[in-house]
Ligand binder design. Structure first.
Ligand SMILES: [Cu+2]
Length: 150
């Protein structure tokens, strides 16, 4: 009888350990997903920029509002919006022959580093948005890639 109680206790401990481990795995997945929505790149001017995906937060099949935020990193933790850029982008599906989609609209600056356009997801799956970023005639960064899965 004592052995049975000990066995039950051992099973209980193992179950608790397994459920704790599961929680840990889910926890470490979260920051990764957040990370994917912010891309850091170095411009041709050697300044560090970030491109953040704001919209679509919940992508759907068809035309979606596209909003990205571009900031530049200054000294310390200083971050300031960048308002003078020209963006061009192409959405592609890397695991489907890298095909694209029609009727996309390049994001243009609206306010405070926010650029707004349209992206057409012709199907669900994994999409990669390839951005070319210019300041006037100068290419600041080429093929800044942002991944999106839905
Ligand atoms: Cu596809």
């Amino acid at each position: 009888m004592k052995n049975l109680a000990r066995t039950c206790y051992s099973i209980l401990v193992v179950l608790i350990l397994i459920s704790c481990k599961k929680d840990n795995i889910e926890d470490t997945d979260l920051p990764h997903q957040e990370e994917d929505k912010i891309i850091t790149f170095t411009g041709s001017d050697n300044i560090l920029y970030t491109l953040s995906l704001i919209q679509p937060a919940a992508p759907k099949i068809g035309i979606n509002d596209l909003e990205v935020q571009i900031d530049k990193k200054g000294s310390g933790n200083n971050v300031s919006p960048v308002k003078d850029l020209t963006l061009a982008f192409t959405p592609r599906m890397p695991h489907m022959g890298n095909h694209s989609s029609p009727n996309n609209v390049d994001p243009v600056h609206s306010n405070d580093g926010r650029y707004k356009g349209k992206v057409n997801f012709t199907m669900s799956g994994d999409w990669r948005l390839h951005f070319t970023i210019k300041r006037g005639d100068e290419v600041l960064a080429e093929d800044v890639a942002l991944d999106l899965l839905f």
